[in-house]
Write a protein that binds this ligand. Structure first.
Ligand code: URA
Length: 211
């Protein structure tokens, strides 16, 4: 039986057990915070409903907002390469974000990414919590500080705790690493290569824990 979810008050269904399809359908109409007003569409998570690994980013970017799929822009392409290097098949992973609408500010003709705040993250939390419950991954990986703090608490520091398993009610194994966009922004090539190798090592940690 399908669970009916009111996208204006998603927190009211948190005791129910909606399926991923219920969640995706309801999230498409989410108006729980104002971000839907300037975004093209809700970008819900994707992957197999029985994925053992769930990767959680910050929010869709410009390319994701237009395509309606998570991690398909430059950061997604780097993520794909790193997953492949770590021996992980992206099609076996659930990929999502803590915030599901693109938050941006205009600069000329461009839409510039704007970091989501705690109100938007809290408004979007029921969707992510629903995804985590429905997919029930063995390993939950936060990509970057926004995702890490959204899932593990405001005091979480990626610089301090990156790559270390933490105790979380959300999944048997949980940890945070850097966001692939942060790797793309490193100007020095040697440093970028070193940091990318560390990121791949973190993904290998996720793969080992998932076995
Ligand atoms: N950055 C994110 O955090 N998520 C995406 O889906 C794309 C870029």
């Amino acid at each position: 039986m399908r669970t009916r979810i009111d996208p204006e008050t998603p927190s009211e269904w948190s005791s129910a057990q909606p399926t991923i399809d219920d969640l995706r359908e309801a999230a498409a109409g989410c108006t729980a915070c104002p971000l839907y007003l300037n975004a093209t569409q809700t970008v819900f998570g994707e992957g197999p409903a029985d994925a053992q690994i769930m990767l959680v980013g910050e929010q869709p970017g410009d390319a994701e907002d237009l395509a309606g799929h998570p991690f398909v822009g430059p950061a997604g392409k780097l993520l794909n390469r790193c997953l492949a290097e770590a021996g992980i098949d992206r099609s076996r992973v659930w990929v999502t974000n803590v915030v599901k609408h693109f938050k941006w500010i205009p600069r000329g003709k461009r839409r510039i990414h704007s970091k989501p705040g705690s109100v938007e993250i809290a408004a979007c939390w029921p969707w992510l919590e629903g995804e985590i419950r429905a997919v029930s991954p063995r390993v939950l990986v936060a990509l970057g500080a926004t995702a890490a703090q959204g899932m593990f608490g405001r005091d979480f520091r990626v610089t301090r705790d990156r790559g270390r398993f933490i105790s979380s009610r959300l999944a048997p194994y949980a940890f945070a690493t850097v966001h692939p966009s942060a790797l793309l922004r490193i100007p020095d090539e040697a440093m970028r290569d070193r940091e990318t190798a560390r990121f791949i090592a973190d993904l290998r940690t996720a793969a080992s824990a998932a076995m």
